[in-house]
Write a protein that binds this ligand. Structure first.
Ligand code: BGC
Length: 257
């Protein structure tokens, strides 16, 4: 069924967030940062190769009745060098070197901008959410299959920071402290919070953020772990929760014109 997007005077862009378990998309009203129609989620294909994911993206975009000139923003779980995937931790390894905007343009016929998923979430939170209008050094960390990071300085994004792959105590940080590690090892909130404490105190020592925003699906349950952390900077849940990637990607796609 095709979901109708109401005609409004606001600018709308379509945002997609590609994750290890699900691909989510929605049209975003860029005046408010709200979804202009209900978000849809499709499971990530088990073999998450570029052609398999491109097919899912085209179906997702086509299931909405979007204006012909509506741009598409894609949030992708890898560092992006002007849209080209530099390395990939949590999807099929054949993504390395793929030009994502070209792939999605070929599949949808639309103008496409692709950015790192945490960078998209960071922009979403800075424009519409928990870090709205905050100057200084803002760090947005997403906890999911991996750990994503976005660094904004006076509202300007420093892209591709990849702080989930810091080596801490001899481990790739996301292997110990991502939400997937909590689930994989069935950790209590207290045990997971100890790992998060070690992670955030290391990042804080390196970057001295003025504000830390925590996103990803688990941020819905922030009351269970954020109060257990002891840091110098205020640490707050993302207000867009796991919508931030979709919203930020849509906003960046619209910026690209
Ligand atoms: C990737 C990052 C991504 C993060 C969250 C990491 O494994 O290297 O690019 O932002 O996961 O998806």
């Amino acid at each position: 069924m095709v979901a109708m997007v109401e005609e409004t005077s606001h600018r709308v862009a379509f945002g997609i967030d590609i994750g290890g378990s699900g691909i989510k998309g929605a049209p975003v009203d860029l005046t408010t940062g709200e979804f202009a129609a209900d978000r849809r989620r499709v499971p990530t294909p088990e073999k998450s190769t570029p052609p398999a994911v491109a097919t899912v993206l085209a179906e997702l975009v086509d299931s909405f009745d979007l204006p012909a000139d509506c741009p598409v923003g894609v949030a992708f779980p890898a560092p992006m060098d002007r849209g080209v995937v530099r390395f990939i931790a949590n999807l099929d390894k054949s993504w390395k070197g793929v030009d994502l905007p070209a792939l999605v343009h070929d599949a949808t016929g639309r103008a496409v901008r692709a950015v790192n998923d945490a960078d998209a979430a960071g922009v979403g939170e800075h424009r519409y959410g928990a870090a709205r209008g905050t100057d200084g050094v803002v760090l947005v960390v997403t906890l999911g299959t991996g750990i994503g990071s976005a660094l904004l300085v006076d509202g300007v994004l420093v892209p591709n920071t990849e702080l989930g792959h810091l080596e801490i105590d001899g481990h790739d940080a996301e292997h110990r402290a991502a939400e997937s590690a909590r689930e994989r090892h069935d950790l209590s909130w207290e045990k997971w919070a100890k790992r998060l404490q070690r992670y955030f105190e290391t990042v804080e020592m390196l970057l001295s953020p003025d504000l830390i925003v925590v996103g990803g699906g688990v941020s819905k349950q922030h009351k269970k772990f954020l109060p257990l952390l002891d840091l110098r900077a205020p640490i707050v849940p993302a207000t867009l929760l796991n919508r931030a990637g979709i919203v930020g990607a849509a906003a960046l796609a619209a910026d690209a014109g």
